[in-house]
Each structure stands twice: as structure tokens, then as C-alpha cells.
Design a protein around this ligand. Structure first.
Ligand code: GLA
Length: 375
């Protein structure tokens, strides 16, 4: 039976809780109304046809040759298919897939996970496979780790799959327990400001952070009889005891992670209580830690965050996502939004010679699949 479907796979924002997902901590993300769209259809024969309208490229492949490719973007597709066939032993039919995206690439809003999650969900649907959302989270991680080379956590794909309109997800990444929190900001609005820079080495530096955190955990566990299964389980006072024992850089990483996790818990509570000013302060603290202790920011991101500080119509701002470029996330008064965007764009262009892009977002549902035809 041939099926033709449309899959809409959203990007995500993260209000707070950065670089804690792979440390077993809590995050506060939401899916957004900027999406990757796929038309996927199963077809006869052995060849699969992929076309990306976004980058205006095509390629085809057979299930017999799913090795990693030198063409980076092919790996998102090949890795996903390889996982289903060779790791999960699923039978899938040849397919064609047309991809169209309005998610900016490299902006820290997870175009990469949206692509893999959307394709995996689509292939599961057209082949009637029995694979649940939690397993899709693992598929995406595996593809990102082994085909894309980013040793990321589960925040992005979990959000893309479980997003809910007007709700953020308070997700505990270690247990995968989660609850929805109202994303209501009264007179304020979430605006992303895209630096439009993506510093290279971002993947390498990201993976270095993962290793540094694992190293910190190992050293702490050596003294605590392997008590902790993730860095975010370590209490702050215990981390503090390691200040003179750990190498300064490793201590800073661990200290940031444990504090950021605490901030996420407080932020979730503040959002529930509508204490938006306090929530905004936590966003600024998060940025400070990401810049000084975790060292994943860059001059363009820092510049944009600094720019918000003199304005009391802006109550929170910080870099978002993996870092080294991409977007800041800002909580701005609706009436001040246009004036600020205009001002920020001018001064950013003057300083860096780069156009700034403001992205207005709404929090929306996760992946949606629509049947277009069955015969
Ligand atoms: C990237 C990764 C996520 C997460 C963030 C930082 O988006 O894919 O898993 O680690 O960076 O919070």
C-alpha cells in the first residue's frame, strides 16, 4: 500500500537550562511555529530520492549503501535510514522525500534535530512501524552522535516530538519526566535575535564541553564512591568543595552546569507564578555563566545581550542553544519590540557589518503528520 504524507517538524527555543541536557539536568524548551516540511511517499524499486528545496540540491541512494557521506547534509538522511534498517532491523520501502524549511540553519533553533526527527517520524508512519516517541528520541541522538558528529543531549528532539501549543516543557533529561508549564508572558513577548554568525569549530567545542563535564563527574565520583549518575545530581555544596581540587576550567564547567540546573527549576516556578522580572534575571545570570564559566558565547551574542540591559522594557536576554553564534532569546515588552529591533539592527550592522534578523516566535505543537493520499 502506497502512502503519501506531509510532515511538519518544528524548531525549538529554550527559555533556560542550557548545556544541562547531556548532564542529566532540567531544561525549559518549547516547539515553535518555524518548521521543516517534508512530503514523503513510499515508492516501488530500490532507489530513494531526496530533494531539498531549501538548499536546492538532490541526491539518491539505495539501502545497500548507507555509509556516511562526504556531503554533510546527506548524513541526516542516511543516518536515519541506517538506524531503522540496521540497528532496529525494520523493513522499510523505498521512498521519495521533498524537504522545504523555513528554519534558519545554524541559528541554534535546532534545524538539525527537526530534520532527523521529522524524517524518522515520517518513515515510521509510511511503513506502519511500531516505534514510539521515546525511541525516536534515541534514534535522533544516535544519528547526531554517529553521522553528524555532535554528542548532543535529548532536549531538541524531545521538544520537537512532544511540544504543545502555548506551553513550555519542564523536562528532566535524566529521567525524561516532564510537565508542561504555561508560556504566558503578559505584556512581554519572546523574540529571537539571530546574529547570523556560526563560528566554525562549534561542533568540536561542543563535544569538548561534553567531555569536560564527564571528566568532572568522574573526578567527583572517585571521591564519592560513584554515587552520582550525572553531573546535575551533584549538590552545589559538593561541587564547591572541589574548587581547589579540580583544574580551574573543569571546575568552572561543573559549577556552571549545577547552577544552571538550579536556575531552570527556579525559572519554571517563577513562570508559573508570573514573576517575570525574576525570571528575566535568571536569563541574564544564565548568559553570564555561559559566557564566563562555560565559554560558549561569542562577541556578537554578548553584544546583543549587553544592548538590552539599559532598557527596562526588556526583562531578560541570553544566548540560546549550543552557542558560538546563533540567536539570543529575549523577553521584550510588546510595545517596545519594534523600536528595539530597529535600533539593535542598526547598531549591530554598524559594529559587525552583518544584518541582524529578528525572529518572532509562537510556542506550538510538536511534529504533525497529515495523510495526503492512500491507495
Ligand atoms: C544543542 C544540543 C542540545 C543542547 C543544546 C545546549 O542544541 O543539540 O542537546 O545540549 O545545544 O543546551
Amino acid at each position: 500500500m502506497n502512502k503519501k504524507i506531509k510532515v511538519e517538524s518544528p524548531g525549538r527555543i529554550n527559555l533556560i537550562g542550557e548545556h544541562v541536557d547531556y548532564n542529566g539536568g532540567s531544561v525549559l524548551p518549547g516547539a515553535i511555529d518555524k518548521k521543516v516540511e517534508f512530503i514523503i511517499e513510499n515508492i516501488d524499486g530500490d532507489n530513494c530520492f531526496i530533494e531539498s528545496k531549501t538548499i536546492d540540491k538532490k541526491f539518491e541512494f539505495k539501502f545497500a549503501s548507507l555509509e556516511k557521506s562526504d556531503e554533510h547534509w546527506h548524513n541526516y538522511i542516511l543516518g536515519t535510514v541506517n538506524y531503522l534498517i540496521n540497528k532496529k532491523n525494520q523493513k522499510i520501502s523505498a521512498f521519495s522525500c521533498k524537504i522545504d524549511s523555513i528554519l534558519p540553519i545554524g541559528a541554534g533553533i535546532s534545524s538539525s534535530s527537526a530534520l532527523i526527527s521529522g524524517l524518522a517520524s515520517g518513515l515510521i508512519e509510511i511503513n506502519n512501524l511500531k516505534i514510539d516517541k521515546s525511541e525516536i528520541v534515541d534514534i535522533v541522538s544516535d544519528v547526531e552522535h554517529n553521522y553528524i558528529g555532535l554528542k548532543g543531549g535529548i532536549m531538541d528532539q524531545f521538544t520537537i516530538l512532544n511540544g504543545k501549543k502555548n506551553k513550555l516543557i519542564h523536562l528532566e533529561c535524566h529521567s525524561r519526566n516532564f510537565k508542561y508549564v504555561n508560556a504566558e508572558f503578559n505584556d512581554y513577548q519572546l523574540i529571537l535575535l539571530n546574529t547570523n554568525v556560526e563560528h566554525n569549530l562549534a561542533n568540536t567545542a561542543y563535544n569538548d564541553r561534553v567531555e569536560e563535564c564527564n571528566h568532572a563527574l568522574e573526578l567527583i565520583n572517585e571521591k564519592y564512591n560513584n554515587k552520582f549518575s550525572s553531573l546535575c545530581e551533584v549538590e552545589l555544596n559538593i561541587v564547591e568543595r572541589f574548587k581547589t581540587i579540580l583544574d580551574k576550567k573543569i571546575f568552572n564547567r561543573a559549577s556552571f552546569v549545577v547552577n544552571e540546573n538550579i536556575r531552570t527549576h527556579i525559572a519554571s516556578k517563577k513562570l508559573n507564578e508570573f514573576k517575570l522580572i525574576e525570571l528575566g534575571n535568571l536569563m541574564y545570570q544564565s548568559h553570564k555563566g555561559l559566557k564566563n564559566l562555560y565559554e560558549v558565547s561569542c562577541k556578537e551574542l554578548d553584544f546583543l545581550v549587553e544592548l538590552t540591559k539599559p532598557h527596562n522594557q526588556i526583562i531578560g536576554s541570553r544566548m540560546m542553544g549550543g552557542g558560538f553564534g546563533g540567536c539570543t532569546i529575549n523577553l521584550i515588552h510588546k510595545k517596545f519590540k519594534n523600536e528595539f529591533i530597529e535600533k539593535a539592527s542598526k547598531i549591530y550592522l554598524k559594529n559587525f557589518g552583518i544584518d541582524l534578523t529578528a525572529i518572532e516566535i509562537n510556542i506550538c505543537d510538536g511534529i504533525k503528520i497529515k495523510n495526503l493520499q492512500t491507495d
